[in-house]
Structures are given as structure tokens and as C-alpha cells.
Design a protein around this ligand. Structure first.
Ligand code: URA
Length: 268
């Protein structure tokens, strides 16, 4: 009887396949043929058909349900994310979290997003609904994206350092963040965003591997493996400390300018 590959094996295989294709200069992938083994990496197009761009082409994805990707690259991203999400759903690396969660909370949004918002961990609402940032803090994040940046929530991708809710919303333990890191790395390797916005201390410090306070990390662009990173305060912190809102707006406006989005003129 054939054994199911482990989560580690499967996710690592997707990442290794992506990395070897990237090193070989491949920037364009063909959808795996129907009937191919689930999770099998797609075939690379021949070199002659590789476009000049240094990353997979992006197409707007109108909604989460628009999982019918239009281009081969978009189809690859949808399939690769779905494969990682399946593995995450069965993950028991953190025994305490696996025992207490209602479900895992993988991530949501556009697999072709230029921008990834990275939070800490699911809370009670997210654990119940299976989607990141759907509670009060999530509503503020949605306002930042939609009212502030004039994007749709479905234009960006949203995920967390952890994919399970820590009991009583406690801060993720370093071992939990380490256990979940492979899934985050896989999501970022598949999406290949140009920008990451870290929401709060846990997201910023874990992504960047630093212990610098958030107040010193925010307000400037940092680099994570060639991705431009901006850190800002977590929406839940802003709800508790409304004075932080103007700093978040400053950070978001910096991000918008760097992304080439129209930044509203300062009113006098
Ligand atoms: N806070 C987070 O950091 N992530 C969520 O998904 C919800 C709240």
C-alpha cells in the first residue's frame, strides 16, 4: 500500500521545485495536466517561451472563489497553495494547538497578490470561520485596505505567523512559530509578493528574525529576501490605542507610494 507523503515532504517538494526552476531562470509555468498526481509540480515551459519578466506574471483575481485561474502561472499558484493548505489542515506539529483548534486558518486572498499582509495568529473569530482577520481587528484591517488604500480585500493576500489559534489568544511560542514557518515560506514562495506589510511585533520580529521593538521597525522599508517589507502596529493594538492610528496611516501611505498607488494629498 502506498503511503501518503508527510506534510514536510510535500511542502518541501513544492519549495524545492520552485527554487530549482527559479535558479534555472524559469519564470513561466504550465498547469499540471489533468490527472497528474496531486501536488506534482507543473512542467516548466521551454526556455524560448519564457517572458522577460523576473517573476511569474500577475493577473487580477476578483475574489477568493475565483480559483479558476486564467494564466498558467495563476493556475500554478492556486494549485500549489491548495496543496500546502491541505497539508496544513492535517498538521499536528504543535500538539497543544492541534488539540484546541476548531480548524486551521491558512490564508486568504489573491494568489497573484503584489502585497501580503502578515499577522500574528488566528483569534476566536478566525478559528471559528477559518479565515484570517475577520474579527474586530480584521474589520479595521479591511478598512485600511478598502477605505485607506482603495484596494479590495480580495486584491491582497492575508495570512499569519501561525495557522492555529493559541489558547486564550496567548502570544505564539517560538517553537510554534518555527513549526509553522515552513508553511509561511511556502505561501510566500508561491505568491512571490513584491511587498509584505507586517502587522505588529510578532509578525515583524518573526519574519525578519530580529528582536527590535516594533516602534523602531516601523516607518521605513526593510528587506526580506528581496521583498520590500513595511512594519506597522497591529490593528488590535490600534483598537486599544487609537493614538497609534496616525502612525499606521503614515506607514500605509509610505507603502502606497512605493507600490505606485495614489496617495491622498494631505489636507491643510
Ligand atoms: N489577529 C491576527 O494577528 N491574525 C488574525 O487572523 C486575526 C487577528
Amino acid at each position: 500500500m502506498s503511503e501518503q507523503p508527510s506534510a514536510e515532504h510535500s511542502v518541501r517538494a513544492v519549495l524545492q521545485r520552485l527554487e530549482s526552476l527559479r535558479r534555472a531562470g524559469v519564470t513561466h509555468l504550465r498547469k499540471a495536466p489533468a490527472g497528474a498526481e496531486p501536488g506534482a509540480a507543473p512542467a516548466a515551459l521551454p526556455a524560448a517561451s519564457i517572458p522577460e519578466s523576473s517573476s511569474l506574471p500577475r493577473e487580477p483575481m476578483p475574489s477568493k472563489s475565483a480559483q479558476k485561474a486564467k494564466s498558467p502561472a495563476a493556475a500554478f499558484r492556486v494549485e500549489a497553495l491548495a496543496e500546502v493548505e491541505r497539508r496544513v489542515a492535517g498538521c499536528t506539529r504543535c500538539a497543544e494547538l492541534a488539540a484546541s483548534r476548531t480548524q486551521t486558518v491558512f490564508g486568504v486572498g489573491n494568489p497573484n497578490a503584489r502585497l501580503v499582509f502578515l499577522g500574528e495568529a488566528p483569534g476566536a473569530d478566525e478559528d471559528r470561520q477559518g479565515e484570517p482577520f475577520v474579527g474586530r481587528a480584521g474589520m479595521l484591517l479591511t478598512d485600511i485596505i478598502e477605505k485607506g488604500m482603495k484596494l479590495r480585500r480580495s486584491d491582497v493576500y492575508i495570512c499569519n505567523i501561525l495557522r492555529c489559534r493559541p489558547p486564550e489568544n496567548r502570544t505564539p511560542l517560538p517553537v510554534e512559530a518555527a513549526n509553522c514557518r515552513e508553511y509561511l515560506d511556502a505561501q510566500l514562495a508561491i505568491i512571490q509578493p513584491e511587498f509584505i506589510c507586517c502587522l505588529g511585533t510578532v509578525a515583524a520580529q518573526n519574519l525578519l528574525g530580529v528582536s527590535t521593538p516594533i516602534g523602531q521597525l516601523r516607518g521605513r522599508f526593510l528587506d526580506y529576501q528581496g521583498i520590500k517589507v513595511i512594519c506597522t502596529y497591529h490593528p488590535a493594538y490600534v483598537l486599544r490605542n487609537p493614538a497609534a492610528k496616525r502612525h499606521v496611516w503614515d506607514d500605509i501611505q509610505m507603502l502606497m507610494a512605493e507600490m505606485g498607488l495614489e496617495v491622498p494629498k494631505k489636507s491643510k
